[in-house]
Design a binder for this molecule. Structure first.
Ligand code: ABU
Length: 364
């Protein structure tokens, strides 16, 4: 590698969601393949979307969808570059290829959501094991980037993957009755370590995580033991009955400011540690729930990306959110991202911070 190419890969360092962003990975929907309908998909996917998986499962996403979403991802990359942020993109492979393990076979999904498969905690890249068979090999689309960061001095932890065999999933899980006797049930068992990185959100030395249909207690414990004594991992639980990824539930905006999803988070569910923080309730989403949201809730409204403590990249149609952020002193930067929504996320999901300028400290 030339020294010029090498220098495009900076130091890995990110401790929270708002320090000034200097380097980031932006996903791609190239070669994205629609997964077949499975119990783990049913655990979080809106039931109104089942037709989409029954019609297209095993095939590439419709061309118009991928083309329009990729235009928005390219635009996001350009906007970030204009803002002075170094952008890297993954190397997608043919996610339609069938692959086989000793227990099952599957196709892949996409490399659209770097936030799900990896997170940076301080100077360490943590690879998530994932919980869907279609995502088993997804990290390999990001490995050439991770290897360059490793060459540059980053620490690199890869969590053990579960077998994703039938016994890893709970056959008795019923998405229509996800809470039994007041206890939330999940489609994954506790037999093996499991988590997606997007179930964690970083606030300096304190990291918040929820159990979900992809993240279990063993997965949380694995992160707790490996990430180092400087960090405290706080397990939180809110009212989303089909949780998968915390970044539409609570979003730390800046020191002392937390955005919550008012339909899933009640004030008494917010951990006491946030007592001195200003709590800002997200406004209702603009996007209709029943339209083209195949993998997610409609709260992608909150799935934005902070450039720093003031500037936030937001989806341009989310007018009530834009107004609210302005009212609270933020400077929202609207960009088009609606065509990416059907893939299951918005701007936060489509990115993974590599470097934010700042120090590791406590905000409480
Ligand atoms: N992957 C983020 C989507 C979470 C949600 O369905 O709200």
């Amino acid at each position: 590698m030339s020294s010029e190419a090498k220098s495009q890969f900076g130091k890995v360092w990110s401790c929270n969601e708002w320090d000034p962003l200097e380097e980031v990975i932006v996903g791609t929907v190239k070669y994205a393949t629609v997964p077949k309908w499975t119990p783990w998909l049913a655990s979080t996917t809106p039931s109104h979307a089942k037709w989409f998986f029954e019609k297209y499962g095993g095939q590439p996403f419709p061309e118009e969808m991928t083309e329009n979403a990729e235009v928005e991802l390219d635009n996001l990359s350009n906007v970030l570059t204009e803002l002075g942020v170094t952008v890297h993109r993954p190397t997608p492979f043919d996610f339609g290829q069938e692959y086989r393990t000793p227990w099952w076979d599957s196709q892949g999904l996409y490399a659209a959501m770097p936030r799900d498969v990896m997170m940076v905690v301080g100077d360490t890249i943590v690879e998530a094991p994932m919980a869907w068979r279609s995502r088993y090999f997804e990290i390999f689309a990001f490995r050439d980037l991770i290897e360059k960061y490793f060459e540059g001095g980053a620490k690199w932890l890869a969590a053990p993957k579960s077998s994703m065999s039938d016994s890893f999933y709970r056959r008795d899980y019923d998405p229509e009755n996800p809470t039994i006797d007041g206890v939330r049930q999940f489609v994954i068992s506790e037999r093996e370590v499991s988590f997606d990185a997007a179930d964690f959100t970083r606030v300096g030395k304190d990291i918040f995580v929820q159990k979900s249909n992809v993240t279990n207690t063993l997965g949380i414990e694995w992160v707790r033991r490996h990430i180092g004594d400087e960090y405290t991992i706080h397990e939180v639980e809110f009212g989303d009955e089909h949780p998968m990824h915390i970044d539409t539930t609570i979003v730390p905006l800046a020191p002392g400011k937390l955005m919550i999803n008012p339909s899933w988070v009640t004030r008494d569910q917010i951990p006491k540690i946030f007592d001195s923080w200003e709590i800002i309730e997200a406004p209702e989403p603009v996007h209709p729930y029943d339209k083209a949201l195949y993998f997610s809730s409609d709260w992608l409204t909150m799935n934005f990306l902070s450039i720093d403590e003031r500037r936030i990249l937001v989806e341009e149609n989310e007018a009530p959110l834009i107004e609210l952020l302005r009212k609270h002193g933020f400077e929202p930067i609207p960009i088009p991202f609606r065509n990416f929504y059907p893939f299951g996320g918005s701007i936060h999901c489509a990115t993974a911070d590599i470097r934010r300028r700042g120090e590791l400290k406590s905000y409480f």
